[in-house]
Design a protein around this ligand. Structure first.
Ligand code: MRU
Length: 343
């Protein structure tokens, strides 16, 4: 199984996703600043994966701290947490993971520094392992919704690369394939950063799961042609009312799915649920650099100086979503408010 991030010999090893599928290279982070930069630059991306990476970033700050005063040590780790929290605003998993690490620091107050280091690393490992377990369960539960021979449309990348391992929406697809359901997966390229073309197509293709890559603008036509029986996407944050933030373009897919009477499912661990906000309107949406839109492969295609809008995520209102598949079960969006996230 591909690992987006791991703790290796006292460092945080990140698979550089900006280089995939052409090159498999790793960034061995020795400092928390490198971890923050890797998250900002999308070397590691996907809601659960950035949460796990941030947790390891804080464990790294603890390992590398030269401070001998426990209170100054704690301050340094807190600053590392603040640095990591400022990298990307939309995925709640980032903040949930950082808060879990802060809670460990709180519990460890007054303990010797080596014990604090051990406890922080153990918590980061737990966040990773819980995510893998959640994905396996999501895969098993969600695959019950998939019928033999289904054409499935997915968006962005929700696979092993976006999580601790196995994946959410892609975990369901993997699980259905393991059950020999003979599915066909249609993957939108996912402009502007091409997570679908570069990452999802790569994950599926290397496992020999039948995949057809399409342009984002082909989604409506492929539905109209009757090739799609379900849409399954991931989430970066789910609000109390069941509205979902996910990669820009997800909303378009949901509207098209409804027009064509195709069920639209969201797969996410409960760590993606934010019961602190009432609706999707309150989810902060990241706006990224204009060059992601104007350039492809380092070459500029748009006229110099043209105005650009590059919102990285959109909100799909709950009314478009048939079901939210979590490790705790399959829910209608209006049932999310009664769910208590496990972290
Ligand atoms: O900008 P990205 O690549 O981090 O966006 C990722 C997505 O939108 C995924 O669909 C989402 O994080 C779910 S990953 C299991």
């Amino acid at each position: 199984m591909i690992r987006a991030v791991e703790w290796k010999e006292g460092r945080v090893r990140i698979l550089d996703q900006t280089k995939l599928p052409g090159e498999t290279t790793y960034i061995d982070c020795e400092k928390v600043e490198q971890v923050a930069q890797a998250i900002r630059d999308l070397c590691v991306r996907g809601a659960p994966a950035i949460g796990i990476t941030a947790a390891y970033g804080m464990a790294l700050a603890a390992q590398t701290s030269a401070l001998s005063s426990p209170s100054l040590f704690q301050k340094e780790i807190e600053e590392a947490g603040a640095l990591l929290a400022a990298t990307r605003p939309t995925a709640i998993n980032l903040f949930t993971a950082i808060n879990r690490m802060k809670k460990i620091m709180e519990d460890q107050k007054g303990h010797p520094i080596p014990s604090q280091r051990r406890a922080l690393l153990a918590e980061a490992n737990a966040i990773l392992n819980e995510d893998i377990d959640a994905n396996r369960t999501i895969g098993r539960l969600g695959s019950a919704l998939i019928a033999f021979g289904d054409g499935i449309l997915t968006y962005c990348n929700t696979g092993a690369l976006a999580t601790g391992g196995y994946g959410t929406a892609l975990g369901i697809i993997r699980s259905a394939w393991e059950q020999e359901k003979r599915i066909a997966v249609y993957v939108c390229e996912t402009r502007p950063v091409l997570q679908g073309a570069r990452l999802t197509a790569w994950e599926l293709h290397r496992e020999k799961i039948p995949v057809v890559l399409i342009t984002d603008s082909m989604a409506g036509t492929i539905m109209r042609l009757g090739k799609i029986r379900r849409c399954i996407v991931g989430a970066d944050r789910i609000a109390t009312n069941g509205d979902v933030a996910n990669k820009i373009g997800t909303y378009t897919i949901a509207v098209l799915a409804r027009e064509h009477n195709i069920p639209f499912y969201v797969a996410a661990p409960t760590s993606t649920i934010d019961l602190g906000i009432a609706s999707g309107d309150q989810i902060p949406i990241e706006e990224r650099d204009r060059s992601e839109v104007t350039d492809i492969g380092g070459k500029t295609f748009a006229p110099e100086g043209v105005a650009v809008s590059n919102l990285a995520f959109d909100i799909t209102p709950a009314e478009y979503i048939q079901a939210i598949i979590t490790e705790k079960g399959i829910f209608r969006p209006d049932q999310i408010q009664g769910l208590k996230p496990s972290v």
